[in-house]
Design a protein around this ligand. Structure first.
Ligand code: ATP
Ligand code: MG
Length: 312
């Protein structure tokens, strides 16, 4: 079966968020009016303890969290509070020490490394601060490589990659190499890469940390668009208070525990100019070699295991 990437939807009809809601621990009648959104990810009682030279360190101390479809949730908290560790567990990169995790109706708890990797490939898209693009592949090929590594049921990886790049406003930069792109463009390629696999959950770890304010705003606007898909949840770790204006929900974590969880008004007053930044660039000339061959060669040179044959 062919799966198409889900495109970000238009936010022009985006409803203003309801006024600040009380925290989970202090629910009142006002949050009964909140729309009932499907749960995409559910984590219960998540703990993580690691061994260190100085003994055991418990990083996460019992996290209960549900991510809802159609929402952009920000995860904030001081450095060292456990944000990246939690994101890694929710994205099936790390196993929790204890606790249960369900993603898109599948149970991740108790799975071994292969089972976790399988759930991760099918349901999770990651966006990192440092973009993690392959420097010798252009934008299109970076997406094709990701699709080839992660999935086997997209019939035409080149078409899916192309559609995903167009959806983030980079249709004119498909042939650009990471070294020739701005930070904002690279992050939009990384978001397109996450989208191309049509994941249920997108997890982003400080996606704007390396960007100037204009590019940071464009990236957050894109994340908010991506989150409007009613079958997808987006969780974004951030230290950046400028990102609050895009959030449907803000969770704060301190010392491995959730200390607040609020839906509501974090909105910046003016989003009228919030559009993905279109950097005027010459259209790149297509490379001579077929993208699929270049992707396969780069994968082989780097030891990537392709799960689908390019152009299969
Ligand atoms: N594998 C590990 N072994 C030992 N300590 C670890 C390990 N992983 C994380 N830690 C420690 O756990 C704490 C939480 O780390 P984590 O990276 O999750 O924090 P964070 O909230 O993402 O911080 P930052 O905002 O700086 O990125 C830190 O003190 C970190 O040093
Ligand atoms: Mg971190």
């Amino acid at each position: 079966m062919t799966r198409e990437p889900r495109m970000p939807t238009d936010t022009s009809n985006r409803k203003p968020a309801s006024p600040a809601m009380p925290s989970k621990d202090n629910a009142t009648a006002s949050d009964q009016a909140a729309p009932v959104l499907p749960t995409i990810l559910s984590a219960r009682g998540i703990t993580k303890t690691v061994g260190t030279g100085a003994g055991e360190l418990t990083i996460l101390k019992g996290i209960d969290l549900e991510l809802k479809a159609g929402e952009l949730t920000l995860l904030m908290g001081p450095s060292g509070s456990g944000k990246t560790t939690l994101l890694s567990i929710l994205g099936c990169i790390l196993s929790p020490t204890t606790g249960d995790l369900d993603i898109a109706g599948e149970t991740a708890s108790g799975q071994g490394p292969e089972g976790l990797a399988d759930i991760r490939r099918r349901h999770v898209g990651f966006v990192f601060q440092s973009y993690n693009l392959f420097p010798t592949l252009n934008a299109l090929e970076n997406l094709m490589l990701a699709l080839d590594v992660r999935d086997s049921d997209i019939a035409d990886a080149e078409a899916a990659a192309s559609d995903a790049l167009k959806s983030v406003g980079l249709g004119h930069r498909m042939g650009a190499y990471p070294g020739r792109m701005s930070g904002g463009e690279k992050q939009r390629v990384a978001i397109a890469r996450a989208l191309a696999g049509a994941p249920s959950v997108i997890l982003a770890d400080e996606p704007t940390a390396a960007l100037d304010s204009e590019n940071g705003r464009a990236v957050m606007e894109l994340m908010a668009q991506v989150a409007k898909d009613k079958s997808r949840a987006v969780l974004c770790v951030t230290h950046d208070h400028r990102t609050l204006g895009y959030a449907d929900r803000v969770i704060t974590i301190e010392d491995g525990r959730i200390v607040s969880d609020e839906r509501g008004t974090h909105k910046s007053p003016d989003r009228s100019t919030d559009h993905a930044v279109e950097v005027e660039q010459p259209v790149e000339q297509p490379v001579q070699q077929q993208p699929a061959s270049r992707v396969a060669a780069a994968a082989a040179a780097s030891g990537f295991k392709l799960r689908r044959r390019p152009n299969a």
